[in-house]
Design a binder for this molecule. Sequence first.
Ligand code: 5GP
Length: 204
Amino acid sequence: MAKRQKGQLIVLSGPSGTGKSTVIAQLLHDRPDIYFSVSFTTRKPRIGEVDGVNYNFVDQETFEAMIERGEFLEYAQYVDNYYGTSLKVIEEKRSAGVDVLLDIEVQGAAKVRSKCPDAVMIFLIPPTFEELSCRLHSRGTDSEEVIAGRLQKAREECKEIIHYDFLVVNDEVDKAVSQITAILMAQSCRTVYKMDILDQMEGV
Ligand code: 5GP
């Protein structure tokens, strides 16, 4: 029997307010076979966010104990909060042949890239910084101070784009999702992900 291929690791980064969550929701709707990794964070839930769905919300002590126990594939501090990806969940899903999507910021993405060089790295940007500022304000969930911090952070994050494999501009959600779908389709056609077919051909 052909050996099951390990699931792909898909990293999606982009400044806060780029519309990543909307793009991800539509992508997962179109591709229900992809598993979305629910991160751990010490950030407080925003209105409408659900524990275990948007994030696993934990306190700083719990997060630091998880760091000590080596339970994260990666973690980072972002605007005064910790965010991290569970190593165990990612390994289990990928070993079962399931593709896993991570929504993570640039420091975490750099760690993933060094630990998993086969990860497909996609960066999502807003059409302009003015648009990003408008989106952060219209969300109405963060103070002016937090928004200013996020805009500053966005400028720094965009300097890391060069380390990503693909760049997608989120001017229209449908267009961004179809570009990401095309990237994933091309990635899945790489020879390295077709070893099951090659194994079968050996017996022919
Ligand atoms: P937000 O607070 O707006 O939900 O997320 C802030 C940033 O943290 C976003 O850029 C998001 O991609 C990133 N993030 C979410 N989960 C993780 C994670 O597990 N690890 C890292 N490194 N970043 C994360």
